[in-house]
Design a protein around this ligand. Structure first.
Ligand code: KG4
Ligand code: ZN
Length: 440
């Protein structure tokens, strides 16, 4: 009996060493090598996963984030410096200011994450850093710092696609198998895609102009919501959500359907934005609103904006789901929609997506809010996914560069348009009923 166990142990260890070599996890010290081998044996038996630790860096927009995550999805350490308040004061993100703040904070953010994790850089297996897409000036800071860490530690670098990282974060907190459908809604993006593997995405639809978070941010600014103390420190999207929850008549402002004539899955916020501008001008004129004053019906207008954006997202998503069925892109009996990105923090939008999923036979999976907005954890986790799948791990630092406009996956948007699917829209009225009962 003992002998059999010894042989099994030996085989597992040999397999592990084979994986270490194959996965180019280099410079594993003798002590930690034994620890990882023990870990590995445990996981071979229970989850057949390769173990590892990745340090992830995020600087694609206005958050300087770093986290250290292991292959069990355990967050060993995390630090985040948000620039939100500074950009709110400027009325939007100013790229050179974002770059300077990243430069100012990156070193201590990384040190804080390592200190909280109680580990040294030599203990991690790889360094993952966002290199695409995002603000070029911001991306460069994270990429250069990642390269610096890789160079000084001898650990490999894993360049990460920010939107792929948003899409896969859910797998860190719950079991979601490939393939699945993902809707990514943030301040910079609006993307609908089928995720087939760690690095295989089929893009079904994307925004032709603004992203939903951007539309919310602009509307909140134009409505001067920051002049109300309760809203002062909130992102535009969170401010619109809070204002909408205070609405007494959420149907007071009706917005026309957006892109109803286009039978594809692309998104557009331009129509909603124009409508908002028209309503505000009309109301300001009607009530003689000037300077720092707000229009009297501001909460109802916010409810209208939130509903218009939500309805548009739901309709494009519904067509995407019909297309998925037509093309047999997901297993018939196991369909999951993952919702992520900063706008996925919005409770009203989550409830609407829940309704669509219920009608279409999908289960809905949404990461907790602090994992939906930008952070270093999602980058470290993407590094883990790539390490385990042996994809895109490099020591050739000169070959890594930023790509600020990098698209997501293979473009299937034309195929969706060609399918020209007509839909009978799922009604979102139950959401308004819920709103009125929560007001009572
Ligand atoms: O993913 P994220 O942190 O950064 C980007 O990659 O863009 O998303 C930030 C966006 C902002 O536009 C913000 O207004 C929006 O997410 N947001 C929300 C909410 N919380 C943040 N939008 C709607 N409802 C919220 N509760
Ligand atoms: Zn993001």
């Amino acid at each position: 009996m003992m002998q059999i166990e010894t042989i099994v142990c030996y085989r597992i260890c040999r397999q592990f060493m084979h994986h270490v070599v194959r996965r180019r996890i280099q410079h594993v010290r003798l002590g930690s090598s034994l620890k990882i081998a023990m870990n590995f044996m445990y996981h071979r038996r229970y989850s057949s996963k390769v173990t590892g630790i990745v340090l992830g860096i995020e600087t694609s927009c206005d958050d300087t984030g770093c986290a250290i995550v292991d292959s069990n999805g355990k967050i060993l350490g995390e630090a985040l410096n948000s620039q939100q308040q500074i950009h709110l004061n400027h009325g939007g993100i100013i790229p050179p200011i974002a770059r300077d703040l990243h430069k100012q904070h990156i070193e201590h953010v990384v040190h804080d994450a390592l200190r909280i994790a109680s580990i040294e850089l030599s203990d991690v297996d790889a360094i993952a850093t966002t290199v695409k897409p995002g603000l070029p000036l911001s991306l460069v800071v994270g990429m250069n710092y990642g390269k610096h860490l890789s160079r000084t530690s001898g650990k490999p670098l894993i360049p990460v696609h920010h939107m792929e990282a948003h899409a896969l974060t859910i797998r860190m907190v719950q079991k979601v198998d490939f393939p699945f459908l993902v809707l990514l809604i943030s301040g910079g993006h609006c993307l609908l895609a089928v995720v087939q593997a760690v690095d295989k995405f089929l893009l079904l639809g994307q925004s032709l102009d603004d992203a939903p978070g951007e539309a919310f941010d602009k509307a909140a600014r134009r409505l001067k919501l920051r002049n109300l103390p309760e809203f002062r420190t909130l992102s535009g999207g969170r401010a619109i959500e809070l204002a909408a929850s205070k609405s007494t008549d959420p149907q007071a402002f009706e917005f026309p359907m957006v892109m109803a004539q286009y039978r594809d899955c692309n998104f557009s916020m331009a129509g909603i934005k124009n409508c908002v501008r028209r309503h505000i001008l009309q109301q300001e004129k009607l009530h003689g609103v000037e300077g720092d004053e707000l229009i009297p019906d501001v909460f109802n207008l916010c409810a209208g904006i939130q509903m218009a954006v939500t309805r548009h997202l739901c309709q494009r998503l519904q067509r995407g789901m019909e297309f998925v069925t037509l093309q047999n892109l997901l297993p018939r009996d196991n369909k999951t929609l993952v919702l992520s990105g900063g706008v996925a923090c919005n409770t009203f939008i989550k409830r609407a997506m829940g309704l669509v999923c219920q009608h279409m036979g999908y289960s809905l999976a949404v990461p907790p809010p602090h994992l939906c907005t930008d952070n270093g954890i999602m980058i470290a986790w993407n590094g883990i996914e790539r390490l385990c799948a042996d994809i895109g791990i490099t020591h050739d630092l000169d070959s890594v560069d930023i790509d600020s406009k990098c698209p997501l996956g293979e473009d299937w948007t034309d195929k969706v348009a060609k399918a020209s699917i007509k839909c009978k829209w799922i009604k979102l009225t139950p959401l308004l009923k819920e709103h009125s009962t929560s007001q009572e």
